[in-house]
Design a protein around this ligand. Structure first.
Ligand SMILES: CC(C)(COP(=O)(O)OP(=O)(O)OC[C@H]1O[C@@H](n2cnc3c(N)ncnc32)[C@H](O)[C@@H]1OP(=O)(O)O)[C@@H](O)C(=O)NCCC(=O)NCCS
Length: 157
């Protein structure tokens, strides 16, 4: 995909990242459904909202939610549970802004390592994570419900 650098620059100025609210979940679910082959259910998103509120952010452009990121802390390690951007708004820096805010939050919590899983077929997300400083440290067999493997990726803060 080619990026229009000027468009990205203009839109970047309007990206607003904030913590999630319960009323955002319907819109987040829409983005979830269009973004993943095996999306989280609405119930799972509600559960993540209740248990991970402090690490759950949305991105807005002109008041519209265009993406989200969900983090978690497990055994003193940061974890990226999920990230997705509305397909109409990809390639404009929204994912990068979301990840930067979550990384900042992890740093404030004195987290030293962040991990995530990404489908072996999801080359765009792998490129994105590498750009954000993650590197693959292993492969997990049958990680997804559809039987696909995941790469385990890690970033040191
Ligand atoms: C992965 C995803 C969140 C990236 O969000 P985004 O807002 O499009 O990404 P950004 O515009 O912030 O891009 C940041 C960097 O990622 C890389 N990148 C993003 N999209 C890319 C693409 N289509 N092709 C190649 N590199 C890409 C680039 O290196 C880019 O940096 P650059 O703009 O300086 O070149 C988005 O593609 C998405 O929602 N995908 C579907 C859901 C998904 O797969 N989530 C990850 C599950 S593990």
């Amino acid at each position: 995909m080619e990026f229009d650098k000027n468009t990205k620059k203009d839109i970047s100025k309007n990206i607003f990242i904030r913590l999630v609210q319960r009323t955002d979940l319907r819109r987040i679910y829409e983005i979830e459904i269009e973004s993943f082959k095996t999306p989280y259910s609405f119930f799972t998103l509600q559960t993540l909202f209740w248990f991970n509120k402090e690490y759950f952010y949305v991105a807005e452009i002109d008041g519209k939610i265009v993406g989200y990121i969900i983090g978690d802390v497990r055994n003193n390690r940061g974890h990226v549970v999920s990230i997705a951007v509305d397909s109409q708004y990809r390639g404009k820096g929204v994912g990068k802004c979301l990840m930067e805010v979550l990384i900042k939050k992890f740093k404030e919590t004195n987290i030293k390592t962040i991990r995530l899983e990404v489908a072996v077929s999801n080359l765009i997300a792998q490129t994105f994570y590498k750009k954000m400083g993650f590197r693959a440290i292993g492969q997990i067999k049958n990680y997804y419900r559809n039987g696909e493997d995941a790469f385990l990726m890690e970033k040191r803060l």
